[in-house]
Design a protein around this ligand. Structure first.
Ligand SMILES: CC(C)(COP(=O)(O)OP(=O)(O)OC[C@H]1O[C@@H](n2cnc3c(N)ncnc32)[C@H](O)[C@@H]1OP(=O)(O)O)[C@@H](O)C(=O)NCCC(=O)NCCS
Length: 140
């Protein structure tokens, strides 16, 4: 039917909203195992959150608060669910948590896959590492 819209355009399209909730490592063990294979380091002191889509776990992220700033950790989206904006949603979520903790800025160790989004948001590069990681800082 010709509805006057370009092919593939759906004015009712909404990005799928994740449910992001606190979790413990045991809840996301398989993602931690997969994340380690992609270079992520997990520490028990990190406050972890899992991201669910219609009840299915698709991602993971974590945060550690210090006096005046927070560190964002362990962003991981399962490969089958990538490039659909879920990292972006988790980042928004953790930035709210950092602000709630009175942080003035956040730091993260970005990978090649996450660096573009940090830079898009105005993060500055603090240091680059040989292994392809980049330490970034984003003012809140
Ligand atoms: C990095 C990671 C979390 C991104 O998750 P994602 O849900 O696919 O990311 P999003 O869909 O929200 O993408 C947001 C933006 O990040 C950038 N990005 C994400 N994946 C990218 C890729 N493969 N290549 C280049 N840029 C990419 C893009 O700017 C993208 O925006 P766009 O799709 O509008 O161009 C995911 O690839 C992952 O888990 N990788 C392995 C672990 C890792 O690198 N963690 C990051 C630690 S800081």
């Amino acid at each position: 039917m010709d509805d006057g819209e370009p092919d593939g355009y759906d004015e009712d399209y909404q990005p799928q909203m994740l449910e992001i909730v606190p979790c413990v490592a045991a809840d996301v063990e398989s993602l931690i195992v997969a994340g380690r294979k992609e270079g992520l380091a997990f520490s028990p002191s990190t406050e972890l959150f899992m991201a669910r889509l219609n009840g299915v776990i698709v991602g993971l992220c974590g945060i550690v608060h210090y006096r005046g700033h927070s560190k964002l950790k362990n962003f991981y989206v399962l490969p089958a669910h990538r490039r659909q904006g879920y990292f972006r949603q988790m980042l928004d979520f953790l930035l709210i948590k950092a602000r709630e903790a009175q942080s003035k800025y956040v730091e993260a160790t970005a990978t090649a896959l996450s660096l573009p989004e940090f830079l898009n948001r105005g993060a500055t590069v603090k240091r680059t590492y040989k292994a392809g990681y980049t330490a970034v800082r984003l003012n809140l």
